[in-house]
Design a protein around this ligand. Structure first.
Ligand SMILES: Nc1ncnc2c1ncn2[C@@H]1O[C@H](COP(=O)(O)OP(=O)(O)OP(=O)(O)O)[C@@H](O)[C@H]1O
Length: 238
């Protein structure tokens, strides 16, 4: 299927002060696609995501989302356009209940009438329904991660961005998260995902971008990545 790009990134350069981290990234994410951003530690994955969501200003280059230029836009404006991030480290509010997290940010920004209601979020994450009255600081790491994903979905994002969403979780919880991401994909959710579990990403994602020192060293489909284990050892250390 040919996807219209929802997100386009051209010549993107970014960094911290004098230290440049991204050196001219070109990539697209099509509507309905799941794209994985891969690479060893420190290659610029989180920096790419921070720049996309407005947490870090691009030094050069252009980012368009749904045709709107967002390089230079503020994080809240980018969120309102329909980009939701599940950040590294979950960042739940310790004193808000699960239910409060899910209603406080709810939005219908993509205009879909079949969007994420509280009931649909609870159906996707039954554990959150069981914990509806618990506060953020009473949740396990896995529950906090599910809540972070559910909270992002409650805004009905056009693009869901996940940064290391399975980091530090028990294997059984990780599998629940992968299962949930597969369901979201089947539902047509456009997703950009950073994670280190390449085996899982090959099953989930449509396409992959491999970052090497702030440049895209390789891009291709899951079939291509699965077939070329040389890439795995050269760029991913697996
Ligand atoms: N806030 C910061 N200030 C200065 N340098 C930073 C900052 N955050 C990251 N860096 C540097 O930018 C480079 C890219 O880091 P980035 O976090 O984007 O990598 P990554 O591919 O996401 O790796 P990881 O999996 O370790 O998070 C690294 O050299 C890192 O040390």
């Amino acid at each position: 299927m040919k996807h219209e790009p929802l997100l386009t990134c051209r010549g993107l350069e970014a960094g911290y002060g004098a230290s440049q981290v991204l050196f001219g990234l070109d990539f697209d994410v099509g509507a309905g696609e799941v794209v994985a951003l891969l690479g060893r530690n420190g290659m610029g994955k989180s920096t790419t995501i921070k720049t996309l969501v407005g947490g870090l200003r691009a030094k050069k280059g252009e980012i368009h989302f749904g045709g709107t230029p967002i390089h230079g836009a503020r994080a809240d404006a980018i969120a309102r356009l329909g980009v939701a991030i599940v950040p590294e480290g979950r960042q739940c509010f310790p004193n808000l209940t699960v239910r409060e997290h899910l209603v406080a940010f709810a939005d219908t920004r993509n205009g879909r009438r079949d969007g994420w209601t509280l009931d649909r979020l609870y159906a996707l994450f039954p554990r959150l329904k069981e914990r509806a009255g618990h506060t953020g600081n009473q949740l396990s790491g896995g529950e906090q991660q599910m809540l972070a994903i559910a909270r992002a979905l409650s805004t009905n994002p056009r693009l869901l961005v996940l940064d290391e969403a399975t980091e530090g979780l028990a294997p059984v919880i990780r599998d629940e998260i992968w299962h949930c991401l597969a369901r979201l994909k089947a539902d047509g959710q456009t997703t950009l995902v950073v994670d280190k579990y390449v085996e899982k990403l090959v099953q989930l994602a449509d396409r992959h971008l491999i970052l090497e020192r702030g440049r895209i060293a390789w891009s291709g489909t899951s079939v291509e990545l699965d077939a070329d284990r040389e890439l795995w050892s050269r760029y991913l250390g697996v």
